[in-house]
Write a protein that binds this ligand. Sequence first.
Ligand code: NAP
Ligand code: GDD
Length: 348
Amino acid sequence: MKTALIFGITGQDGSFLAEFLLGKGYDVHGVIRRASTFNTDRIDAVYRDPHENRAALRLHYGDMSDGTGLRRVIAQVSPDEIYNLAAQSHVRVSFDQAEYTADVVGTGTLRALEAVRDHMKAGGKPVRFYQAGSSEMFGAAAPPQNEATPFYPRSPYAVSKVAAHWYAVNYREAYGLFVSNGILFNHESERRGETFVTRKITRALGRIKLGMQDKLYLGNLEAKRDWGYAGDYVEAMWMMLQAPRPGDYVISTGESHSVREFLDLAGEYSGLDWTRHVETDPRYFRPSEVDHLRGDSSKALSELGWRPKMDFPKLVRLMVEQDLDLAQQERTLAEAGHRVVLRGSAHR
Ligand code: NAP
Ligand code: GDD
């Protein structure tokens, strides 16, 4: 039985990956941040109290800004595979918190790689390392983007991901570590953070449909993204670590759509004319935007046998239906006298 360690297990991808690896019989360990409130919502469904069971999922406190802690967890868990998904992953926020983003995303990756290098040098078993790279690294480079496309990052987040990418390549070349970079294009789901545009839209449309909200404030509707389903993409991460050799792989659907097109489809599935509800708020524009991302995953198909399973209309429908259900639950609670806070409409 293999052991995996996931940094960023409480995020969208971390939760899908944990479920996927548990399904494959892995012992899964995850690193979570200490918070004053519970932050494990996305993994609660697969978490079992270790006092009651021999749990296959175990959690450890840690933070990418704390190298000593990362070393301790790696030594204690002795994983076969590490998935580094931890990040301040919001592009717009990275303009406000540039240094912090660089520390967690860029230097945090370096800390993890240094810990792995020392762990193996000290006689620890070989570790395979997955680094969560991003299509944001391509930034202003013209589509379609593949592994040979030069990076042209357009935000502190993207610059930090480029640094992490090259740290990973360097540790592969300098120390012979098995380190693979996934260059993943946008992937969404019913678990997507509510400040990313797709989920912000489907959350709002659900509430608008049920009369709990009227307006949705957005930024640039013309940006185009290559949107896939998170459940498909975590499988690609795992496949990269099962390959005979480490490498860098673009993971995408090969299709792009604008935010406006996402709204059109989500509006159609919700039975709403979104143009009556959406207003522009300049605060959601970015100081430098990424206009068009569309990936070419031929390498992942030919070397790993990976291809996406869910198409764009199915993805939008899944998110719309899920968020309509959630809005219904919220309305039931509100009607029963509970206070329901409608986050996301105006603040993010
Ligand atoms: P996400 O939902 O924002 O999750 C990020 C995870 O990182 C959370 O578990 C978060 O913990 C954790 N984290 C944040 N700061 C940390 C720190 N200082 N130390 C330790 N953990 C920290 O992101 P995602 O969508 O799952 O994406 C996973 C990874 O893939 C990220 O690295 C992201 O940049 C990258 N990526 C995502 C996409 C995409 O479209 N989703 C595409 C390309 C690349 P909390 O829950 O406590 O906040
Ligand atoms: N978040 C957000 N909120 N984006 C908006 C809004 C809004 O109100 N209005 C328009 N947009 C536009 C953004 O300007 C951007 O062009 C596009 O919608 C997508 O924004 P996000 O959903 O925030 O995602 P992202 O593409 O910036 O970044 C995501 O994908 C990257 C991979 O390409 C994140 O998951 C990153 O972590 C990931 O690396």
